[in-house]
Design a binder for this molecule. Structure first.
Ligand code: AHG
Ligand code: MN
Ligand code: MN
Length: 347
């Protein structure tokens, strides 16, 4: 079977908006991001030989220990954004505040990029799957310099979003709102080639993905939902299988292609309050955008992810992400659980 020969470059050239300035700028920006992905891939492939495993000793704004590969991926993506000349500001999971660029005196660049440079960092030292996730916003106004207000935008305003999955294959998955497409890196050629065009997420699947180890702390309704998926009365009409890698990108990629549901719900903290772990702007939102554009859904259980108006760069949310049938069922069961809790508290 001859290899599919539509390279990312040719794919971008043939898209029907090719003549628009937006599309040409997006093509240049995506080319920069995939160049960064190839550089990160090289480092991942040889990390064990180049003293790039393990921690840097620093703790980031998330109060998480930074891995050497987190730092490398972050620096590589920051450089790619700055050198593009198209990005006025970038925000990263690894940086406390946004970085503003004035390359060649150009601060009028039109785009903001927010990213998780290396997702699934607990997998770095055990050769597990990893990802890079990105959100792209176009500035509302091109007057003056871009501000942080241009970064704190709801998912419905996304210009584009995507991820790179560093697995057995290196894959780029992106959407500009006109479908979700995937490209696979041919390491011999050094180019990404189209491998999945107009991905559609199945209406339901037969897999769920969640960290069962913290079941006792899940927000109300989640345990009842998982019990339902483990029964004959599930959307698949049979008990689901569970798959969980510790890398959101990898777990979502399976759901995108085969259907089902990924959950990282709010969990009960030592302070007695429920809170989310995943970050809205560069984890939950870009993947909910991709899910939505492929026919799926992303929710906190109580509201669609894409409707949330961010108030801070590193804001966290609970996330239920996947096929319509499973996410709607989860929302229904969670809503019932919340109502029951409210009745109990009034009794
Ligand atoms: P990151 O490595 O960027 O901090 O992201 C890790 C996230 C996500 O990739 C994954 O689904 C989740 O954290 C795993 O969390 P647990 O280890 O608590 O299951
Ligand atoms: Mn992450
Ligand atoms: Mn990360």
């Amino acid at each position: 079977m001859p290899q599919k020969l539509i390279s990312l470059t040719y794919h971008l050239l043939q898209e029907d908006q090719v003549a628009t300035k937006d599309h040409l700028e997006f093509s240049r920006l995506l080319t920069q991001i995939t160049m960064a992905a190839r550089i990160i891939t090289q480092e991942l492939r040889r990390a064990g030989l180049a003293d790039m495993l393990g921690k840097t000793g620093a703790v980031n704004v998330q109060q998480e220990e930074v891995k050497k590969l987190d730092e490398f991926a972050n620096e590589t993506l920051i450089s790619a954004c700055e050198e593009s000349g198209l990005v006025f500001g970038a925000a990263s999971e690894e940086l406390k505040s946004a970085t503003h660029f004035h390359l060649h005196g150009r601060s009028g660049a039109a785009y903001a990029v927010l990213f998780d440079p290396l997702d699934g960092s607990s997998n770095t030292d055990v050769n597990g799957s990893l990802g890079s996730i990105f959100s792209i916003f176009r500035r509302r106004s091109l007057q003056g310099v871009g501000t942080d207000a241009d970064l704190l935008r709801a998912g419905r305003e996304l210009f584009a979003a995507g991820y790179i999955l560093y697995g057995p294959s290196i894959m780029l998955v992106y959407s500009r709102g006109l479908g979700v497409h995937a490209f696979t890196l041919d390491p011999g050629v050094g180019q990404f080639f189209e491998s999945h065009y107009q991905i559609r997420m199945p209406a339901h699947g037969a897999v769920y993905s969640i960290n069962e180890g913290i079941r006792r702390r899940w927000q109300p309704g989640i345990a009842a939902f998982i019990d339902r998926l483990q029964s004959e009365d599930s959307p698949a009409g049979k008990p689901y299988s569970t798959r969980y890698t510790g890398c959101l990108t990898a777990d979502f990629h399976r759901i995108l292609l085969e259907g089902g549901v990924f959950l990282y719900p709010e969990v009960l903290g030592n302070d007695g309050h429920y809170s989310g772990k995943l970050r809205l702007l560069y984890e939950a939102m870009p993947l909910a955008y991709l899910a939505h554009n492929a026919g799926g859904r992303g929710s906190t259980g109580l509201e669609p992810i894409l409707d949330i108006q961010p108030t801070s760069l590193h804001q966290r949310v609970g996330l239920i992400l996947g096929s319509q049938a499973e996410v709607h069922l989860a929302e229904q069961i969670i809503s019932e659980a919340v109502s029951e809790k409210e009745c109990e508290s009034r009794a």
